[in-house]
Design a protein around this ligand. Structure first.
Ligand code: ADP
Length: 362
């Protein structure tokens, strides 16, 4: 793996306010990173610094092997032109040039204007029939796609996108995301700023900013592992109900994995020795998962009347994301049901009037 972007202790202050505060980031070539965080957390500032559009107050940035701090304005512009495609929310399109001319303008800075190539870029984003229109004659989604055409016409290795789907309707959002996914598929490095968790999840790695500080890095892989651990805990809970032989054969196979067992023990979910027995904490977590899953099944099947297959898959997703108080609301809404659509017992919660150590406090 080759590191294409690296920041060390990256800080940008505006007066007393630290828009970015000591961010260490390493990006490998071809990675897709989502930068998430509330408004004002420093996401755009990070992109501006990575693009060399403004200098850091302290710390360093290396992009494609170059230390940005050591480059003058011309060299920074050259780096941007040759290596970086910018897709920013404020479109920065030139209002008196047509769509194809806007793309050609970007080529011009690259010292070669080629209308055929510019038209190819427009075709790629589905705008060939809008080539002669001015930006003001295009919809928000079309303007954003024009920005993508302009950003990629010079085949940049790195694409920096700042809220590329902000203010777009759902269909335009999907088109823009398809285009970005395609760019990533071609091997480009993509750094995408968004406040939308769903779009953020599309990245291979997520960086969360809060008050300019990096608070958490989550990989899709880690999340998968955590979800998988939950599956195991649930399977163990169900094995108490139905016996181990009723557990799905794949899960039964991995239950033998030493690494997985070690991880579950380390998290305090499994008893130290010898066989697969849940601890009190493990039982509590498993119980909460089973409760969420079965309540979600009941809600989907009986209230939303989705079919059984869909009920199953939706419940599998919802059991990982429902917050405890939402679960209690669902339970109350359904009248604190005793059994799920499969006839299995739904563990009681606090909302059902159950207290004490066996109650769910998930
Ligand atoms: P985000 O993109 O997460 O919404 P920004 O990076 O735009 O956040 O801003 C981070 C903080 O820095 C905000 O408090 C913002 O007001 C401040 N800020 C950004 N740019 C400037 C600037 N040019 N001058 C002064 N303050 C700024």
């Amino acid at each position: 793996m080759e590191t294409i972007i690296e920041t060390k202790n990256l800080t940008r202050a505006y007066g007393k306010l630290k828009a970015l505060d000591g961010v260490d980031l390493k990006v490998e070539r071809g990675e897709w990173i989502s930068v998430l965080g509330p408004s004002g957390s420093g996401k755009s500032t990070l992109l501006h610094l990575l693009a060399g559009l403004e200098p850091p107050t302290s710390g360093s940035i290396r992009v494609a092997g170059k230390d940005l701090g050591a480059l003058g304005p011309d060299e920074l512009a050259e780096l941007r032109r040759d290596r970086i495609g910018l897709v920013f929310q404020q479109f920065y399109l030139i209002p008196y040039l047509s769509a194809v001319e806007n793309v050609m303008m970007s080529q011009y800075f690259h010292s070669m204007s080629d209308e055929g190539q510019a038209m190819d870029a427009l075709r790629k984003v589905g705008l060939s029939d809008r080539a002669r229109h001015l930006p003001s004659e295009l919809s928000g989604g079309e303007q954003q796609r024009l920005c993508i055409a302009r950003a990629v016409v010079n085949e940049p290795e790195i694409v920096l996108a700042d809220e590329p789907t902000g203010n777009l309707d759902e269909e335009s959002q999907d088109r823009v995301m398809d285009l970005l996914r395609e760019l990533h598929g071609e091997g480009r490095t993509l750094i995408l700023v968004t406040h939308d968790a769903e779009i953020g999840r599309m990245g291979e790695r997520r960086i969360y900013l809060n008050h300019g500080r990096q608070v958490e890095v989550h990989t899709a892989h880690q999340e998968m592992e955590e979800m998988f651990e939950d599956e195991i805990l649930e399977a163990l809970w169900k094995s108490d109900e139905d016996g181990i032989e009723k557990i799905d054969s794949i899960l039964r196979h991995v239950i033998g994995s030493k690494e997985l067992v070690a991880r579950l023990r380390k998290s305090g979910f499994l008893q130290p020795k010898p066989e697969m027995v849940l601890t009190e904490i493990g039982r509590k977590r498993a119980r909460a998962l089973v409760r969420r899953h079965r309540l979600a099944e009941k809600l989907f099947l009986e209230t939303f009347e989705v079919d059984r297959d869909q009920m199953q898959s939706s419940a599998c997703q919802f059991e990982h994301i429902l917050a405890a108080d939402v679960v209690n609301h669902i339970c109350a809404f359904l009248g604190h049901p005793e059994v799920c659509p499969h006839g299995k017992a739904i563990p009681k919660g606090e909302c059902c009037g159950l207290n004490g150590p066996t109650g769910t406090r998930d």
